[in-house]
Design a protein around this ligand. Structure first.
Ligand code: PEP
Length: 255
């Protein structure tokens, strides 16, 4: 089996007005025009998805939604469906980001509904899992990861799993400036692979790509991406800065 290309996803969160988002997208298209052997995805806010999609069309960049509602349409004021997001060009969607779980009460059950919808729509779900600092300190990391995975991935087949991306994002590292060490990440990535295979009984070839996210920047990306267990990174703050994001992309290219 050939190794998947390294995957770098930039999560712009609730940042950038349309003009800034378009400028960033243009710069990235330009910088990536001569680059091969990597997959780069950007997740702008909803308001910029459409114009950014026009800019990155036929480029090496793909588009992700940061969130969506699991129903396709109907009386859900304020929500956006994955069908609508795919319609504007999203091939990826983040699901269960810790900021959504923590600030908007997104449950594992809702995450599962979203993942199933993404599978049905042919959109790559990037399923985020991770423990809090208290959970890590009390030795509960593996239990938390196993619970999140088993609930979030309930009802999926091995084939479905092979199309997913799982992002290990320890809550204590997201947006804090404190990143997990490469050794900590490798341990949890191995754990995730073991859980998928042995606890959830997905066949070995049903290998989802597994990313790390949590304060990834130019200064730590090389060390993280050097690890065979780490298939890529999900980047928040550093993806808002063009040179920092490009430096992370370069680390992935060298890995
Ligand atoms: C994220 O938004 O998924 C993230 C990891 O953020 P940051 O890189 O800022 O920690």
């Amino acid at each position: 089996m050939t190794a998947p290309l390294p995957l770098v996803i930039g999560n712009w969160k609730m940042n950038m007005l349309t003009a800034q988002a378009c400028e960033m997208a243009r710069s990235l298209v330009d910088r990536l025009s001569t680059v091969d052997g990597i997959e780069v995805v950007i997740a702008p806010p909803f308001t910029s998805l459409h114009p950014v999609a026009q800019i990155i069309k036929n480029s090496r960049l793909s588009l992700a939604a940061q969130n969506f509602y699991f129903e396709n349409n109907g009386a859900y004021t304020g929500e956006v469906s994955l069908e609508m997001l795919r319609d504007v060009g999203c091939d990826f969607a983040l699901v269960g980001h810790s900021e959504r779980r923590g600030s908007f009460g997104e449950s594992d059950d809702a995450v599962n509904k979203k993942v199933r919808r993404a599978v049905q729509m042919g959109v790559t779900a990037v399923v985020c899992v991770g423990e809090t600092l208290g959970q890590r300190k009390s030795g509960a990391t593996s239990n938390i990861i196993e619970t999140q995975l088993s609930k979030s991935l309930a009802g999926l087949s091995g084939e479905d799993i092979s199309k997913l991306v799982i992002a290990y994002e320890p809550v204590w590292a997201v947006g804090t400036g404190v990143h997990a060490t490469a050794a900590q990440v490798v341990d949890v990535h191995k754990l995730i692979r073991m859980i998928l295979r042995e606890r959830l009984s997905f066949p070995e070839k049903a290998a989802a790509r597994i990313l790390y996210g949590g304060s990834v920047g130019p200064e730590n990306s090389k060390q993280l991406l050097r690890e065979k267990q780490i298939d890529g990174v999900l980047v928040g703050a550093a993806s808002l800065d063009f040179e920092s994001f490009c430096a992370i992309i370069n680390s992935a290219l060298e890995s």
